[in-house]
Design a protein. Structure first.
Lengths: 345, 572
């Protein structure tokens, strides 16, 4: 476990009667790329604003390398903050926007100019230095905001849903760009998002939040393969649930791990195809379980299969099939999952 | 000839409205021409004729600019208006800032007080100032020698005019600036904070640039209002002549219509400039991003303390002024006999004559409200909602916005020239209450038109299409859906027409007939004749009436809101 750089200890925040954050504990190592992931209203943006100093916690403590920063104003924290709306100054040019924070530092004109050129070069916008934000595309504005945030060489780059306003193509490109800048500049980056794909592809560590609490944090693979709760399993990626009849914890399995066969074997479940959805590189087959076992799958079963299987099995609506749930891919919550498996089998 | 025919055919052919809509559109255009364009044309032609009615080119203008006495009125007006505009914008900005960016307590109260001025005729401000700072004024005489010092500010002249005009234009500046201050993206402020910018830098790089257009536009509005106002300079101007009083002298005093028209055209110049600037600004103003976050006021006792003091001082001045006029109207003989009496409300012995002017004003304002609202709404509906005759629709839009650039005096003057011609088939309305109603509708048309247009714009564009597809005639949809949805705007328009018709003097002072004297005009006459207390009484009646109408409007609007909540609230 790498050493903690930013330490968040029992931070709590309420707005009137609304609790935005229950006491939160997170340790973030230096140079990590952390994504705060969760549905809207889960407190992730409040936490990010707290780290920036834009919000004061009701209680708790924040420290960087052991030094308390809880009551430092934003200007003294050395953070670069990028807003969801970009918050570019409409009356200033791109270069002036980037230089806005530099002017607060005692810096000579040529120094400032070379810094502006340097960061604009990093985001490939040197040629637009004299333009105003309104003259740029959404993706370009986003890059200006990014350049402005990194111009002060911050210790922390804080990003509040930076990509949510962009269309899919630009978004993908900027994901790589942000990740590249993060590595190049050696910052600790914390990004808020509600897009699980974004979190999984970009982060070193994903912190999943819900209802003002941290539910799980870990590497993307860990979060995806071993979600610790029904909420995390459901929120990240597609998932099927096996509902136990005794009201205990459910089991879950990802659709890509569900296997389809045409003949009945032990451990198979009978089902009828309800729909076929073309997803590009694969098909998602939605089935309705048949027979006495169907009560374990009240919400049906999804399986992702490739094109050749669809052809070979002649899958179509109302086709009778069997599905298998490979044991090694079953996700258990709470109690021992092997026991659960036996109950179902 | 054939080309003209072709053009007419094209004009009538384009678009795809019903015949009914086309005829309505043509009628509306004809109406706007009679109401605005033709009278203006008469004014322009009058400006290039001499006293005998012969064409004399630019003779009048040359005359004007070479007569020092006349030219001085222009210089005076520019000076007074510029000073007024600067002061009003600064004070209006501070007031608007207090209302939008601080935690000053009692915001509703301060806002209400600042709007009180909109209910008062400008003469009333002058009268109030006379009672406070005039020769027998409360302050001038040191509270009737109760205080050890006297303080004569030299009210009559530019001082008094600027004071009155600032009080008159301040609420207008405040209204504009409150709107432009409330469009802010709080994220910009936070971004600046994370980059270490201080309060001063944030103010000059974010707050001010963001409200740039609001400041420019409020400056022009205040300048134009002060430039064309007649009431205040008439009461406290003394011998300091301004354009508005000059026109009055030229037309009523010397019957010099040509020169009156010439001065009228000069009077219109800043308004036209303001009109162009405003158009330009509206086209430049970019919409605020949908992701913008509303401004969050940070706690600060020092700031709130300062602005509270400012709000108390400025509201206090307004209340003091209005209160003084109220008090003066019920005091027997100011300042010698301070016992209370209602004798000033008996107008039979003074220049006013009787209470008749007040009733006439009420009647005229009510008709203006009813007819004006109906006509304006219909006009806005035709322009906004029909697809008929696009070229004419553009023209109609322009004519509807044009009155914004026309000072009341100029409109009144144009109406004399146009309707008083014996050859005019509408000559019959001259000298009746209907010419007053028509002049008021024209005078206040634009603002009401904009209110109606923006209400209509908020409605779903497909309402008419939906009604077409259901086979329901448009007029039924207008009556059953569009009009009920716009009811709050319709009431606002009616109130606007009524209140402004009650206080206006500039457009109607050339047009009223001897037996149809108006309340606002009688204030001018009484004040002129030295019957200041009755003038105060009449002012009080007007303000009370307008406050009453406003309260009625609030009550009805409240009821409507309650009853229509179901389709006003939107599911989140």
């Amino acid at each position: 476990m790498p050493q903690s750089y930013l330490s968040i200890q029992g931070i709590r925040k309420t707005f009137g009667s609304f609790t935005a954050l229950e006491p939160i504990h997170i340790e973030i190592p230096k140079n990590e790329f952390v994504c705060l992931l969760g549905p809207s209203g889960c407190g992730k943006t409040t936490l990010l604003r707290m780290i920036a100093g834009l919000e004061t916690p009701d209680s708790g403590r924040m420290a960087v390398e052991g030094k308390d920063i809880t009551s430092l104003p934003p200007a003294k924290r050395n953070v670069g903050f990028m807003f969801q709306s970009y918050a570019l100054f409409p009356n200033l040019t791109v270069a002036q926007n980037v230089a806005y924070g530099l002017k607060e530092k005692k810096m000579s004109k040529p120094q400032m100019q070379s810094k502006v050129e340097e960061v604009l070069g990093m985001v490939d916008l040197l040629s637009s230095a004299k333009k105003y934000p309104a003259q740029l595309s959404g993706g370009q504005q986003q890059r200006v905001a990014l350049a402005r945030a990194i111009a002060l060489s911050p210790d922390f780059l804080l990003l509040d849903e930076p990509l949510s306003a962009l269309d899919a193509k630009v978004r993908e490109k900027l994901r790589l760009e942000i990740r590249r800048l993060h590595e190049q500049l050696g910052m600790t980056t914390i990004m808020v998002t509600h897009d699980q794909e974004e979190a999984l592809t970009m982060a070193d560590t994903v912190v999943v939040m819900n209802n003002a609490k941290v539910i799980q944090s870990g590497a993307p693979e860990e979060i995806y393969e071993r979600p610790n709760s029904r909420f995390v399993a459901d929120f990240i990626g597609a998932v099927n649930f096996l509902e136990p009849m005794d009201g205990g914890d459910a089991l879950a399995i990802r659709p890509e791990h569900v296997r389809l066969v045409l003949v009945q074997e032990t451990g198979n479940y009978e089902a009828v195809v309800e729909s076929l959805e073309f997803r590009g590189s694969f098909y998602r087959v939605t089935m309705k379980a048949q027979g006495p076992m169907s009560r374990y799958f009240p919400n049906g079963m999804m399986a992702d299969v490739n094109r050749s299987i669809v052809k070979q099995y002649q899958l179509e609506k109302n086709r009778r099939v069997f599905f298998q749930l490979p044991e090694e891919h079953l996700i258990g919550f709470g109690a021992n999952r092997r026991e659960r498996l036996e109950v179902v089998g | 000839m054939r080309l003209a025919k072709w053009h007419t055919a094209m004009l009538l052919k384009r678009g795809n409205g019903s015949w009914f809509e086309r005829i309505a559109m043509l009628l509306m255009l004809a109406g706007l021409c009679v109401m605005i364009l033709l009278p203006l044309f008469s004014l322009f032609s009058k400006a290039v004729t001499d006293k005998q009615g012969e064409y004399n080119g630019l003779e009048n203008f040359i005359d004007y600019f070479s007569t020092p006495a006349l030219l001085s009125s222009l210089q005076h007006t520019v000076y007074v208006s510029a000073l007024t505009a600067i002061l009003s914008v600064v004070l209006g900005f501070l007031f608007a800032f207090a209302l939008t960016r601080t935690n000053v307590p009692g915001k509703m109260f301060f806002k209400t007080v600042s709007l009180l001025m909109l209910f008062a005729p400008t003469m009333m401000l002058g009268i109030g100032l006379t009672y406070l700072f005039g020769n027998q004024g409360l302050v001038t005489t040191g509270f009737f020698d109760a205080l050890p010092f006297h303080w004569d500010i030299g009210l009559y002249g530019p001082t008094g005019i600027v004071m009155a005009e600032v009080m008159y234009t301040f609420p207008q500046a405040c209204l504009i600036l409150v709107v432009s201050l409330s469009f802010a993206d709080f994220n910009l402020y936070e971004a600046a904070k994370t980059m270490g910018a201080g309060k001063g830098r944030i103010f000059f790089t974010i707050t001010l640039p963001n409200m740039k257009y609001g400041l420019i536009s409020s400056f022009f509005v205040c300048f134009t209002l002060a430039f064309t106002d007649f009431g205040a300079p008439q009461v406290v101007g003394g011998s300091y002549n301004v354009l508005a009083t000059e026109i009055y002298k030229q037309v009523i005093g010397q019957q010099n219509m040509g020169m009156g028209a010439t001065v009228g055209i000069i009077l219109t110049l800043p308004a036209i400039l303001a009109f162009i600037v405003d158009r330009f600004i509206t086209s430049r103003q970019h919409a605020i991003s949908a992701r913008a976050v509303p401004y969050r006021i940070s706690p600060s006792r020092k700031r709130d303390g300062f602005f509270l003091a400012f709000c108390i001082a400025s509201s206090g001045m307004i209340l003091l002024l209005i209160g003084t006029v109220f008090a003066a109207s019920v005091i027997k003989i100011w300042p010698y006999n301070l016992s209370l009496s209602l004798k000033h409300y008996d107008f039979s012995k003074v220049a006013g004559g009787s209470l008749q002017p007040f009733w006439t004003s009420l009647r005229m304002s009510a008709w203006t409200a009813v007819i004006g609202t109906a006509v304006t709404f219909a006009g806005a509906y035709l322009i906004e909602k029909t697809k008929t005759l696009p070229v004419l629709r553009q023209a109609g839009y322009f004519l509807s916005i044009l009155p914004l650039a026309l000072p009341g005096i100029v409109l009144g003057l144009s109406y004399i020239f146009f309707f008083n011609k014996a050859s005019n088939p509408m000559h019959g309305i001259y000298g009746t209450i209907w010419i007053l109603v028509l002049a008021n509708i024209a005078h206040f048309y634009s603002v009401a038109f904009v209110t109606a247009t923006s209400a209509l714009k908020k409605l779903d564009r497909e309402i008419e299409t939906a009604s077409d597809s259901l086979g329901v005639p448009r007029y039924k949809t207008l009556l059953r859906v569009t009009l009920p949805l716009c009811l709050p705007a319709v009431l606002e328009m009616a109130m606007y027409f009524f209140i402004n018709s009650m206080v206006t003097v500039s457009a109607v002072m050339f047009l009223y007939a001897a037996d149809l004297k108006l309340a606002s005009v009688s204030i001018v006459n009484m004040e002129d004749a030295g019957d200041i207390a009755p003038a105060a009484a009449m002012s009080t009646l007007i303000v009370m009436t307008n406050i009453g109408v406003r309260l009625l409007y609030e009550a009805v609007t409240h009821q409507i809101k309650k009853r229509t909540q179901a389709w006003q609230t939107r599911e989140q």
